[in-house]
Design a protein around this ligand. Structure first.
Ligand code: FCA
Length: 332
């Protein structure tokens, strides 16, 4: 074969390759892309949501671009990034609900549609931004389930409420967190828990380490109590409180912590050979939160049907005894 014909062949091969690449690009351009931005990408809850959205996209034929937005700056660059990739909208659990107006501003500049999940945007008037479709937990009710589960377990253990301290790990900047801890508090008070025994540990963030940091000083300052109950906006935070009781030297039998979420953090705890003070968690389907919000957004983009203003989801108590069953029932 002559040198020339080899060169011709090579040129032909690359032309064919380029043409098929062009086709692939054209196909990609037709495919709808949406973003899924979360405030805590390393937490099992959010990993599940993003995974479920991606899987649904594969089934229905759209692409989900998973991004993290741990602060305002990161969220804004995530939106820029989505725009440059051609995305037409995004689902977001924001790092701070008060960023709502700023995030909407940027999204509207690009003509993107926005759906919130878990934490609902708050407008400059301090009210929820009703115009942005939202899907989240029924915070107050789920909080009540937490309070009732703790009360039942105190009865089971025969504790005298006057000897019990409640470690309430709070995050009042976040409305859904306040609803949840308020629900738990009200259920406990209704049951007859002494209000003076409720001790606040305000956390900076919604994770285990900030809950641990908030709880430790409260526990060591109140060493007279015989037993402790612990609740917070999620199980990651309750685990921080439980770890703080362990560090202080309290036995697992003296502690009842009940969380919210039902994700990997709780499964790991239930799988330990010896029970810890983490008694249970109210599980909600993170899988459903992820897939339903992604589907709502996709339909909005493709069919022009705006999702409902507010969808609330319910929870199921999960303990060491039934966690695998509940996990399977909820598709987690
Ligand atoms: C908030 C919490 C998460 C999860 C979610 C539904 O964002 O921080 O842990 O409970 O609501």
């Amino acid at each position: 074969m002559s040198l020339t014909s080899t060169a011709t062949r090579l040129a032909l091969v690359s032309a064919v390759a380029l043409a098929s690449l062009g086709n692939a690009q054209a196909q990609d351009q037709d495919e709808i892309e949406i973003g899924f931005i979360v405030k805590k990408p390393e937490q099992a809850w959010f990993i599940n949501e993003q995974r479920a959205a991606t899987e649904l996209g594969e089934e229905m034929g759209f692409e989900v671009i998973r991004l993290s937005g741990e602060d305002g700056q990161q969220v804004l660059s995530a939106i820029d990034n989505l725009n440059s990739q051609g995305a037409q909208g995004f689902v977001i659990c924001p790092p701070d609900v008060r960023l709502g107006p700023t995030i909407m501003n940027r999204a509207e500049q690009y003509g993107m549609k926005v759906v919130t999940v878990d934490d609902r945007f708050v407008g400059s008037d301090g009210e929820p931004m009703e115009e942005v479709p939202h899907l989240g937990m029924t915070g107050y009710k789920i909080g009540q389930q937490v309070g009732n589960a703790i009360a039942e377990e105190m009865e089971e253990r025969g504790w005298d409420p006057s000897e019990v301290a409640a470690l309430r790990i709070t995050n009042y900047e976040l409305p859904t967190a306040k609803e949840r801890t308020d629900g738990a508090t009200d259920a406990l008070l209704e049951w007859g828990f002494p209000e003076d025994n409720i001790l606040d540990a305000p956390q900076q963030n919604s994770d285990t380490s900030s809950a641990f940091a908030a709880s430790s000083p409260v526990i060591s300052k109140n060493g007279d109590y015989k037993h402790w109950i612990i609740y917070a906006l999620n199980e990651e935070s309750v685990l921080g409180g439980v770890r703080a009781t362990e560090q202080y030297g309290l036995e697992a039998e003296e502690v009842i912590g009940v969380g919210i979420n039902g994700s990997g953090a709780a499964f790991a705890e239930f799988s330990r050979e010896n029970p810890t003070g983490f008694h249970g968690t109210v599980a909600v389907s993170s899988t459903m939160h992820g897939s339903e919000t992604a589907e709502n957004l996709y339909r909005w983009i493709t069919e022009g049907e705006k999702p409902p203003a507010n969808t609330e989801t319910a929870g199921t108590l999960m303990t060491r005894d039934n966690w695998e069953q509940v996990r399977d029932d909820l598709g987690l």
